[in-house]
Design a protein around this ligand. Structure first.
Ligand code: ATP
Length: 326
């Protein structure tokens, strides 16, 4: 199947002023500015197939926004190539924009002084969406995003969650086949997060929209993404299905044992005690070395066990491992 997004060896360099140290250095920098080049994105390649929901994640400053800005044609790459639906955003931004919906969580494309519905009508004209498809689209969007309650409210009076739902609807008015979402649930309450995640799943399932999501919210990642591309220092450090990423980066499981009374010899040769608090002991072990059942059986032969639980590694454990590499 042909890729919706194809990125090859993408590089973006920024030129920034070199900072001198101390007051003398700062003054010198003002009078005789020296420049240096930094790489925000440093040779990134990936390919995204139609209908994927990809989490594009990484620590602050990893290069996520820079990549998205190049994919949407806002920034020009220093080198490398990008194809969105077969088109280069640099060569033909207009055509690419027609295929894309873009939502930046911290900014809005709605009109502050207009009612939400009027904002949509204005955007319809800007995007040149015909009335019939607009109305069809609006009725689906309004249904899933529950826009009815505040469609007549001026944008400036919307709550953050309502505004975000409005922004996502605005990005979908022209029926794009690819949706970029930058921190779509930031600052939202549980209900609004749920509505937005539900919407993303629906447009993906019903319309086959490809979604690229940058987020620091690991619940977004867990609930939505089938694949993760992890970036750090401008490079792709991991790319693959979430389950295999967790297996690879966080192979440890945890057994938490609660004792009936204090006991001296807690050691087990196949598990490491990583924490102890009163009668509670945390054992970390590798699945490939010993099974949870085996470990529990062996420990219960020598320890007076009151209670126990096994914790599987999750995406948070895996991401923590990636972020440790910074
Ligand atoms: N306009 C700019 N001028 C100079 N350097 C920049 C500019 N924009 C980004 N950078 C640098 O490029 C690198 C990547 O930044 P980018 O904003 O893409 O990261 P990010 O992964 O989106 O981070 P965050 O999660 O904080 O949004 C950082 O080192 C940043 O300081």
């Amino acid at each position: 199947m042909e890729a919706v997004i194809e990125v090859h060896d993408l590089v973006k360099e920024y030129t920034i002023a070199k900072k001198g140290s101390g007051l003398r250095g700062a003054l010198k920098g003002l009078l005789f500015p020296e420049k240096k080049t930094v790489r925000g994105v440093d040779g990134i390649s990936f390919s995204i197939a139609p209908g994927e929901i990809v989490g594009y994640i990484g620590p602050n400053g990893a290069g996520k926004s820079t990549t998205i800005k190049m994919l949407t044609g806002i920034l020009h790459p220093t080198s490398g190539s990008i194809k969105v639906c077969g088109i280069s955003p640099q060569a033909d931004r207009k055509s690419v924009v027609r295929k894309l919906g873009v939502v930046f969580g911290q900014r809005t494309q709605l009109y502050w002084d207009l009612r939400l519905g009027e904002s949509f009508e204005l955007l319809r004209r800007i995007y040149q969406v015909d009335k019939t498809s607009f109305e069809e689209n609006m009725s689906i969007l309004s249904d899933v995003l529950k826009l009815e309650e505040f469609i007549h409210t001026p944008v400036r009076q919307l709550s953050l969650g309502q505004r975000m739902r409005g922004d996502i609807a605005a990005a979908m008015l022209h029926s794009p086949s690819v949706l970029f979402l930058d921190e779509p649930t930031i600052g939202l309450d549980a209900d609004a997060k749920h509505a937005i995640r539900h919407f993303i799943k629906e447009i993906n399932r019903k319309r086959g929209v490809t979604v690229i999501l940058t987020t620091h919210d690991l619940d977004d990642v867990e609930q939505l993404c089938t694949r993760l591309v992890v970036v750090n220092h401008g490079k792709v450090v991991e790319d693959g299905p979430m389950a295999s990423l967790i297996r690879k980066l966080a192979p440890h499981r945890l057994l938490v044992v609660e004792l009936q009374q204090p006991f001296d010899d807690l050691e087990h040769p196949a598990a490491e005690i990583i924490k102890q608090d009163g009668l509670k002991v945390w054992y970390q072990f590798e699945k490939s070395r010993i099974s949870a059942a085996q470990l529990i059986s062996e420990l219960s032969q020598k320890l007076p066990i009151q209670d126990l639980s096994v914790k599987e590694p999750d995406i948070e454990d895996a991401i923590r491992e990636v972020y440790k590499m910074t």
